[in-house]
Each structure stands twice: as structure tokens, then as C-alpha cells.
Design a binder for this molecule. Structure first.
Ligand code: SAM
Ligand code: SF4
Length: 458
């Protein structure tokens, strides 16, 4: 008789990349552990961490501290911390938390089953070795929302932006073999998948260093040929490496969604230079203008940091102005947080917290205006929505996304979840749109799946 599997509770902090990593960790442990949603029944409790800002790190440490109570009730429980904070802190975490059994860094995935076995034998292993090259782990057939999946195409980063801890905790940039990516995407599509998001810290430099070099656009073209792919997205693009070829691909590849996340970080050339971003405000805006020309209707989102060391009111005003010029549909904005090992942490003229907080709320108010205006431009149109599930606001409503990544809430039957359907957009709201199901009076649920039409060349 088969031995019942033990239970794994996996808590993930951070970005989509960490979410994708957690799925791989679950897959690596799948022969011995089944995932549970209930921490109180776990035999193994793993925290996959994020170190990008101090706040993220503090949340991890506070959760870890609280686990001593669970461990007191379940002494056999194995507690492990992995990912970026583990990579950064190593055995300092063991010293700070006597109930912690193991620490595994961002590249210890393959060795995790062995580390867990050693922890079960009473050792307290720490594995934070960084390798060279892409480490292929078994992909997990899994979706963040019905019909969607995340596919990691590269690991690490070589850019060393002066504020960012990623190159230190995730190591050197390494691209995954295209054949492995194509296989993972084909398997997902064969199982009925519709939308794929490719992940990397700087996808535009994908392919450098592979034995048989291929560009990022080359990869997009190969994936676009796979039957059944309806939507293709990616994150994150570095503005310096955004190629003309990619702009052309937006016009040519029907599955490529009209949305680009292009983090600018600041609108001041002085600050961009101090950040080591490798582009100027003018170069960035020129790329945005060309993108909007190459792909009319494209939505552009960005990341912004306020209060980088030395940022003056005049620098900040340039960021606000750039937001208006670029007319971002969405942005993710952060107060600068000094990170260990990074150059900017040692820069003079650190900006006081209250100044950062005041700038952040001014910046977010500007973005709210821009987002609302972008949503208002969509009102009156009928758009294809991929339905993700029940709306967060009201269980009576469904929610889904446009190709341009905006969230739409509307009423319709639950059978639409995981399907494409047309929705008439009726009302712009600050963070989403309201709509009416365009097939409400039709007996059909809408054509799904179907192949997209080739876009008109402009
Ligand atoms: N690779 C992406 C790029 O170059 O645009 C960014 C990845 S990073 C995980 C996501 C975002 O976190 C960054 O774009 C930046 O805005 C923000 N971030 C990174 N380090 C930060 C720090 N020290 N303080 C505040 N925000 C930070
Ligand atoms: Fe960090 Fe810059 Fe690399 Fe992005 S490109 S991960 S911000 S170092």
C-alpha cells in the first residue's frame, strides 16, 4: 500500500518570479509532499522570501517569529526559509530563530529534498551557493488563474542598478534553453491553456550567452507559432535593451498582448545616472512614443522609485512630468529602501522618510488621474476579456483582464471562468472598469478557444 504523503505549506512573498519559483519548489518536493492550504496540518512549512525592500524583509522575519508558536504545538514540524532573504542572510537567520530548521538560497531548489531530509534528522542545513548558468527544474503544470501560466525564461541579473539587491541575491544572468521553454509552453497549451507570461529580470537581454544565441524577439516568434496560444505577455523589460525588432513584433505577432511593463524608475537624468539605469529621460520617452506609434492602443505600465538618495524637489517634478508625457496606464511606485551590499545604500543625501512618503502620495495621485483617463478612453468599446474568477469586490460579479491588462468586472455565468468573452465597457473606475456581458442575451457562451486574427499592419 502506498505510504500517504506528508503535507507542505508554502508561503510566498514578492513578485511573480517568486510565485513561479514556489511552484517549482512544490514540484521538486512533490514525490514526498502534497501542498496544503492549512498551516496547522503541515509537516513542512516553507517561506519563499523577497528582499527587494526592507518592508518585505520585515514581513518575512515577523512571520518567521510567529511560527515558534506553531512549532511548539507541532514539534516535528520542519520550518524552512528560502529565496532572496535566505540568500542574503544565510546562517544569521538560524541564529535569530532557534525554531528554524533550514535555510535555502535562490538556487538551492534541486537540492531541497536532501536539505529537508537532513533537517528531519536534526541538522540545520544552510545552502546559499550561487551557480553559473540556468538551473532547469521540473516545471509544474499549474496556473495563477484558469487558463494562464507563468514561465521563467531567465534567472539572475547583470545590470547592477545601484538601488537593487537582485544581482546579489539571484546571481548572474542566465538564459534558459529555448527548447525547454517551447516544451513547457506546448504542454500547457495542449492541456487547454490560453495565456502565457514569460518571466525574467531583463527579458530583452534573453539569449545572450546561450550556446546557440537567440534574441528575445526570436523566442517570441517561436512561441507565437504554437497552436492554441491566444495571449502572450512578458515581464520585465529593461528600457535600455528594448529593441526595434520587439516593436516590430508587436505589429506582427497576433498573440502578443498590447501591453508593455517598462520600468522607468525616475524622470530625472541626474537620478537615472546615479541609479546606473543606462538610458536618459529623452531616450525613454522616445521609445514610448515609437511603441505607441508601432502598436496603437498599447498600454504601458512602469515602476517608479521616489526618494532615491539626492533626489531634489526639481528631480521629483521631472518624474511627475515624465508620467504625464508617457501617459502611463498603470504604475507601481515605491519609496526608496536602502538594501545591503548595494551602492546607493552608501550614497550621501539620503532622503528623509516623511519626504519620501509625501512624494509617494503625490505621485500616486498623478497616476490615479492618468489611469482613470485611460479607463475612460475605453468606455463605450466592446473588448475581449479572459475571465479569471469571481470579483474581489462582489462574489456576484466576475472579473477578468483585457489584452491591455486592465481589470474588468461584470455580471455573467460562472461557466465563463477560464474562457474568453466579449464585454461592453460601461464605466471607468480608478483601478478597474465595469462592463456588461455582451452575450447576455445569447444562448452561446462565446467563441472559445479560437485563433486570434492577424493584426492589421500600420
Ligand atoms: N528588473 C526590473 C527592472 O529593471 O525594471 C525590476 C525588478 S525589481 C524586482 C521591481 C521593482 O522594485 C523595480 O523596478 C524598482 O522599482 C523596485 N525596487 C527595486 N529595488 C528597490 C529599492 N531598493 N527601493 C525601492 N524600490 C526598489
Ligand atoms: Fe534590479 Fe536593475 Fe536588475 Fe532590474 S535591471 S533586477 S532593477 S539590477
Amino acid at each position: 500500500m502506498a505510504v500517504p504523503k506528508k503535507k507542505l505549506y508554502l508561503r510566498t512573498f514578492g513578485c511573480q518570479m517568486n510565485v513561479a519559483d514556489s511552484e517549482q519548489l512544490a514540484q521538486v518536493l512533490a514525490s514526498e509532499y502534497d501542498l496544503t492550504q492549512r498551516p496547522e496540518e503541515a509537516d513542512l512549512y516553507l517561506i519563499n522570501t523577497c528582499a527587494i525592500r526592507r518592508k518585505a524583509e520585515e514581513k518575512v522575519k515577523s512571520l518567521l517569529g510567529s511560527l515558534k508558536f506553531l512549532k511548539a504545538r507541532r514539534p516535528q514540524l520542519i520550518v524552512g526559509v528560502g529565496g532572496c532573504v535566505a540568500q542574503q542572510e544565510g546562517d544569521r537567520l538560524l541564529a535569530a530563530a532557534p525554531h528554524l530548521n533550514l535555510v535555502f538560497g535562490t538556487q538551492a531548489g534541486r537540492r531541497l529534498p536532501d536539505l529537508v531530509r537532513r533537517a528531519a534528522q536534526g541538522q540545520r542545513p544552510v545552502d546559499i551557493a550561487l551557480r553559473c548558468g540556468y538551473e532547469e527544474l521540473p516545471p509544474r503544470p499549474w496556473s495563477p488563474a484558469p487558463g494562464q501560466t507563468l514561465v521563467t525564461i531567465m534567472q539572475g541579473c547583470d545590470n547592477f542598478c545601484t538601488f537593487c539587491v537582485v544581482p546579489y541575491v539571484r546571481g548572474r544572468e542566465a538564459s534558459r534553453e529555448p527548447a525547454a521553454i517551447v516544451r513547457q509552453v506546448s504542454d500547457f497549451l495542449a492541456a487547454g491553456g490560453l495565456e502565457v507570461t514569460l518571466l525574467g529580470q531583463n527579458v530583452n537581454s534573453y539569449g545572450r550567452g546561450l550556446a546557440k544565441p537567440i534574441t528575445f524577439t526570436g523566442l517570441l516568434r517561436r512561441l507565437s507559432e504554437l497552436p492554441g496560444l491566444r495571449r502572450l505577455r512578458f515581464a520585465t523589460s529593461h528600457p535600455r535593451d528594448l529593441s526595434d525588432d520587439l516593436m516590430v513584433a508587436y505589429r506582427q505577432l497576433p498573440a502578443l498582448c498590447e501591453h508593455l511593463h517598462l520600468p522607468v524608475q525616475s524622470g530625472s537624468n541626474r537620478i537615472l545616472q546615479a541609479m546606473n539605469r543606462g538610458y536618459s529621460r529623452e531616450e525613454y520617452l522616445e521609445k514610448v512614443a515609437r511603441l505607441r506609434q508601432a502598436c496603437p492602443g498599447i498600454a504601458i505600465s512602469t515602476d517608479l522609485i521616489v526618494g532615491f538618495p539626492g533626489e531634489t524637489e526639481a528631480d521629483f517634478a521631472q518624474t511627475l512630468e515624465l508620467m504625464r508625457e508617457a501617459a502611463f496606464e498603470q504604475s507601481f511606485s515605491f519609496k526608496y529602501s536602502p538594501r545591503p551590499q548595494t551602492r546607493a545604500a552608501g550614497f550621501p543625501d539620503q532622503v528623509p522618510e516623511e519626504v519620501k512618503a509625501a512624494r509617494l502620495s503625490r505621485l500616486q495621485a498623478r497616476q490615479d488621474e492618468l489611469t482613470l483617463a485611460a479607463h475612460a478612453r475605453l468606455v463605450g468599446q466592446v473588448k475581449e476579456v479572459l475571465v479569471e474568477g469571481l470579483s474581489k469586490r462582489s462574489a456576484k460579479q466576475l472579473c477578468g483582464r483585457l489584452r491591455t491588462n486592465q481589470v474588468v468586472n461584470f455580471s455573467g455565468p460562472r461557466e465563463l471562468v477560464g474562457r474568453f468573452t466579449p464585454v461592453a465597457l460601461t464605466e471607468a473606475q480608478p483601478h478597474s472598469l465595469k462592463g456588461t456581458w455582451a452575450l447576455a442575451h445569447s444562448p452561446d457562451l462565446g467563441g472559445c478557444p479560437r485563433q486570434p486574427q492577424r493584426r492589421q499592419h500600420v
